[in-house]
Design a protein around this ligand. Structure first.
Ligand SMILES: Cc1cc2nc3c(=O)[nH]c(=O)nc-3n(C[C@H](O)[C@H](O)[C@H](O)COP(=O)(O)OP(=O)(O)OC[C@H]3O[C@@H](n4cnc5c(N)ncnc54)[C@H](O)[C@@H]3O)c2cc1C
Length: 320
């Protein structure tokens, strides 16, 4: 059995977890077994049934009110119990800082092997081997995963999910929840409102110091609006308070993996690339043809952002 640790937000399965479910269903096919998703916390049953579109045969839903707030200690315990309950040999999760905290604890409790940043489906021809991304995406390593129970945290865009019309049965899962799992309590969660969630965004328009200052950000915002994209920035931009800190992407900021990342006036330092190199398509706009970002780009535009951005926005609006 393959068990997928599934993160939910606003009552629905996160996009990254739908990818993990699809990945899990492919591993299940390879191992001739089935894939079960585990969702914890408040979620709508109709939304959870969508796990079936991505290959899960069943969803276990631990919806005790004590689990309403994400709590890594309690969630790890629920995950470990679910693993034992369904007899899972492989656990899949989408990589995220919360999933890291949960799966590391569950791995300790289960004495499981745990591998992060997995980029492809496993190779089962000789044991259980996975490819992982290392050195902030600069290289890959092949890792043999031993151990009776294996936990894999997959990097975003490791697989391209294909949706079907299947739906999954949702079953309530009621694990034991002792009080000592709740010694640390989440008392409040404050979310940025009115903006597209950056880690989950399909389209991102991002600006660097080449955007000159906060007063000249409008052309970038216009393009983001026209595309329905989230906005992001490089670290110096948020350090200078040109843009809010939650928009800072990179090694020390948010990791994004959209279908399209448009970098405007960003040089492409390795610390920036570390947060964006799982994007499917990268477009770089920079007036310096030698800017390092062009080496990581799928498409490059050598030009002044203040000339290029209005033209792109006009073209996007005209195509609608
Ligand atoms: C430990 C550590 C962690 C770090 N973590 C991060 C991180 O998480 N994220 C991050 O982003 N950085 C991070 N950095 C900083 C990183 O090294 C770079 O300094 C930073 O990414 C550079 O930001 P930038 O590209 O916006 O600015 P710059 O390096 O100043 O580049 C600006 C670019 O804009 C171009 N440009 C200028 N004017 C125009 C114009 N009119 N039109 C088009 N192009 C123009 C220039 O040619 C240049 O390439 C980290 C550094 C360290 C040491």
């Amino acid at each position: 059995m393959i068990l997928i640790f599934t993160e939910v937000a606003d009552g629905a399965i996160k996009k990254s977890s739908l990818e993990a479910i699809y990945y899990g269903s492919k591993v299940a096919e390879m191992m001739q077994t089935s894939a079960v998703a585990l969702a914890i916390g408040n979620a709508d049953a109709t939304e959870l049934a969508k796990a079936g579109n991505f290959g899960a045969t069943k969803v276990l839903h631990a919806n005790d009110t004590k689990l309403a707030n994400a709590n890594s200690m309690a969630y790890a315990n629920v995950l470990a119990e679910a693993v034992k309950n369904v007899g899972a040999k492989v656990v899949i999760t989408a990589k995220s800082s919360f999933a890291d905290a949960v799966t590391a604890r569950a791995a300790g409790a289960l004495k499981a092997a745990i591998v992060g940043n997995v980029t492809e489906l496993p190779n089962l021809s000789n044991g259980f081997q996975v490819q992982v991304s290392i050195f902030t995406g600069k290289a890959f390593a092949d890792v043999n995963v031993d151990g009776d129970i294996k936990i894999l945290a997959i990097k975003k865009n490791a697989v391209a999910p294909i949706e079907s019309s299947n739906s999954a049965n949702v079953e309530i899962f009621s694990p034991a929840l002792s009080d000592n799992l709740f010694t640390a309590k989440v008392t409040e969660t404050i979310k940025a409102t009115g903006t597209i969630s950056l880690p989950e965004a399909d389209l991102v328009v991002s600006g660097g110091r080449g955007m000159k200052g906060p007063e000249s950000w409008q052309p970038l915002l216009d393009l983001a609006d026209a595309l329905g994209a989230a906005t992001a920035c490089s670290k110096p931009v948020s350090d200078l308070d040109w843009r809010p800190h939650h928009e800072h992407v990179g090694q020390t900021g948010v990791k994004v993996s959209p279908n399209l990342y448009i970098a405007c006036g960003i040089s492409g330092a390795i610390q920036h690339l570390a947060g964006v190199n799982s994007s499917k398509v990268i477009v770089v706009i920079n007036k310096d043809p030698e800017a390092p970002f062009f080496k990581a780009a799928d498409y490059g535009i050598v030009g002044d952002v203040f000339d290029v951005l209005p033209k792109l926005t006009k073209a996007v609006l005209a195509s609608k």
